[in-house]
Design a protein around this ligand. Structure first.
Ligand SMILES: CCCCCCCCCCCCCCCC(=O)SCCNC(=O)CCNC(=O)[C@H](O)C(C)(C)COP(=O)(O)OP(=O)(O)OC[C@H]1O[C@@H](n2cnc3c(N)ncnc32)[C@H](O)[C@@H]1OP(=O)(O)O
Length: 201
């Protein structure tokens, strides 16, 4: 019987940008600093309003190529009694990194995500997240994030690095289950969010 395979080492492994990576550019049509970044999909576990047990994370554009986000840890998010599940906290970071797409206006998906857990996060906490893109290399976007307890200046509970990879809309249409793809394509809000990326390649 074969067991899990470790992540690749070598070219795919590092989360530090290569020496010839460039600084990310804030798109001229990016939301203004402080402006909310709406949900990209109502059924998204991270930001959708249609997921009763989802994170309901709300993100805002920040200065530069950066975002802030908040979510409240609820009882359905527990791992140990009264504490948030670690994988769920990684989801919150993942969603926050995903929101950076609206700043540089390219659709990106998680290639790699690394999280340091510094403090336990109790149920009831309002987790304040922030993410910033540091560098771009071709289709690869290198970013950092952190999560603080109960305020933007609260204790740091999470630190993360991520590599997101740019994809086109057909990444979703070719791979997603047909019934959800068809429903999404008939939802004007999802189509509008998708078009924003298509007309700004
Ligand atoms: C109709 C409805 C529309 C809806 C419109 C919605 C739009 C808005 C959605 C936003 C959603 C956000 C939500 C939160 C973010 C998620 O949660 S996204 C979901 C989780 N992530 C995924 O499912 C991704 C799964 N992985 C894949 O699909 C493929 O591996 C990828 C990432 C697309 C890459 O595959 P590929 O396009 O064939 O590219 P590939 O040549 O392998 O790699 C490109 C480069 O990246 C590097 N790379 C790739 N993977 C890795 C890795 N794991 N580690 C290191 N380097 C890597 C390669 O080495 C290569 O480097 P270079 O050679 O260019 O230097």
């Amino acid at each position: 019987m074969s067991g899990p395979t470790a992540p690749e080492t070598g070219a795919k492994a590092p989360l530090a940008p290569p020496a010839d990576a460039v600084a990310p550019v804030r798109h001229p049509d990016a939301p203004a600093p402080g402006e909310p970044i709406g949900s990209h999909y109502e059924n998204c576990f991270g930001c959708g309003g249609n997921q009763p047990h989802g994170l309901h994370l709300s993100a805002r554009a920040d200065e530069g190529v950066a975002v802030t986000a908040e979510f409240t840890v609820r009882p359905e998010h527990q791992g140990a009694p009264g504490l948030a599940h670690g994988g769920l906290l990684a989801s919150a970071l993942d969603e926050t990194f995903g929101a950076l797409s609206w700043l540089f206006r390219a659709i990106t998906v998680t290639g790699r995500l690394e999280t340091d857990y510094l403090l336990p996060v109790p149920v009831g906490t309002v987790l304040h997240l922030s993410a910033r893109c540091e560098a771009v290399h071709g289709r690869k976007y290198y970013s950092v994030a952190e999560g603080r307890l109960d305020g933007p200046d609260g204790p740091v509970a999470l630190r993360a690095r991520a590599l997101f990879i740019e994809v086109k809309v057909d990444h979703f249409t070719a791979n997603g289950r047909e019934e959800e793809i068809n429903a999404a394509m008939s939802d004007p809000d999802t189509v509008k969010a998708t078009r924003a990326f298509e007309v700004n390649p």
